[in-house]
Design a protein around this ligand. Structure first.
Ligand SMILES: *Cc1c(COP(=O)(O)O)cnc(C)c1O
Length: 378
């Protein structure tokens, strides 16, 4: 590489871009197979659904090859109508994205300029911090309580200071904790009317099983402030590979602003067809979610028996574990057995790993392996 060309390139870039952290997407199954020489991989790092998508999705995709020559519907008309019907939100107040992360990016591009203030949590879903910083915004990160929950008082205080955007995942990724209905009402009472509230409900379908989980959409409807609730087909609906997320917004003007900044054909044919088919088989989704919630309980019980492991309360399809020692070597030992989890790397969380709830067999393999690793290292 020519050093002069590199420095010219770097000088041309927007100053916000080079310092951004790379999104930590984790290791691929293939990389783990090759590096560790293992054959049986358990993917427990990305909160994917081990049961995949409804069989209706495969049927919807069979004639896809015949359609690849035409552009997809730029407005996702059929999908927005279907989502509108079940959620009770008008289609013109619904945004669809190439994953909900696409909508997070659109929101930042449409609303944030240099110096704007954004409020979110630490640790959080990486893009809640990365996209605002990409636009030059100042991101305030609120800490967890000692019990690994949301600090409701701190959130209310910070909201009252009037950030331009408040991004909160309910429940949280990576922690799994949630604001209850009562707590969420306190947040709403503290939030000024000129703050855009972004509630990321990527784990909504799992959290609906948790006592006290708020119906945020109902609480927001009719409130005199802008808001958007983000949900995704990547987790409970089993479509992570096709990239579809949606946003339910306070008003059509918000969606029209997102339309200005998005790529026109952001959701491709396959994604639209698959999401529509999956949405039509709600029973399949519910069955997988119920099984995952049950298996989460089994895994929690098993891990509670391990000395020195602390488990954050979870309303999701994953657990955030404090293993009480640096996570790097433990992660290496898990990878050597084909178990891919996510060791947290942010300062203060280097003793945490996030593990997705897999099949019963995968969870057992993980718990057995962790028990041995922690015992040997003790
Ligand atoms: C998984 C996840 C997403 C990403 O969803 P996509 O629709 O796959 O882009 C968004 N937010 C949170 C909190 C997540 O955990």
């Amino acid at each position: 590489m020519n050093a002069a060309v590199v420095s010219a390139t770097l000088a041309l870039a927007r100053p916000e871009v080079a310092p951004l952290p790379a999104y930590n997407a984790g290791l691929s199954s293939e990389a783990v197979r090759q590096r560790y020489g293992v054959t049986e991989i358990a993917r427990l790092a990305s909160n994917e659904n081990p049961y995949g998508a409804s069989p209706a999705v495969a049927r919807a995709l069979v004639d896809l090859a015949a359609r690849v020559g035409t552009y997809p519907d730029a407005n996702c008309t059929a999908l927005r109508a279907a989502i509108g019907e079940r959620t009770g939100v008008a289609p013109e107040c619904i945004a669809v994205g190439n994953g909900s992360e696409d909508i997070l990016q659109m929101l930042c591009q449409a609303f944030l300029s240099q110096g704007d203030r954004v409020l979110t949590q630490r640790p959080a879903f990486g893009l809640h911090e990365i996209y605002p910083r990409m636009m030059g915004a100042q991101v305030e990160l609120l800490a967890l309580t000692p019990g690994l929950g949301f600090d409701v008082d701190a959130w209310c205080e910070a909201l009252a200071r009037g950030p331009k955007i408040a991004m909160l995942a309910n429940p949280s990724n990576p922690v799994g904790c949630m604001f209850t209905a009562q707590e969420f009402e306190r947040l709403l009472a503290a939030a000024p009317a000129h703050t855009l509230l972004v509630v990321d409900e990527a784990y909504y379908e799992y959290a609906c099983h948790a006592d006290g989980y708020p119906d945020v959409l109902a609480l927001l409807q009719g409130r005199a402030m802008p808001w958007i609730v983000l949900r995704t087909f990547s987790k409970a609906w089993g479509l992570a590979g096709l990239r579809v997320g949606y946003g339910l917004a306070s008003d059509a003007a918000l969606v029209q602003l997102l339309d200005r900044v998005r790529t026109p054909f952001n959701v491709n044919h396959a994604a639209q067809a698959a999401a529509l088919a999956a949405w039509g088989d709600e029973a399949f989704m519910r069955q997988g979610v119920a099984e995952t919630v049950r298996l989460r309980g089994v895994l929690v019980q098993r891990l509670q028996a391990l000395r020195g492991v602390r488990i954050a309360p979870s309303a999701t399809n994953f657990l955030f574990l404090d293993i009480g020692r640096p996570n790097g070597p433990v992660n290496e030992a898990l990878l050597a057995q084909g178990l891919i989890t996510k060791p947290w790397k942010e300062p203060g969380f280097e003793s945490f790993i996030r593990v997705s709830i897999g099949t019963e067999a995968e969870n057992t393999r993980f718990a057995d392996a962790l028990a041995v690793i922690l015992e040997v290292a003790a």
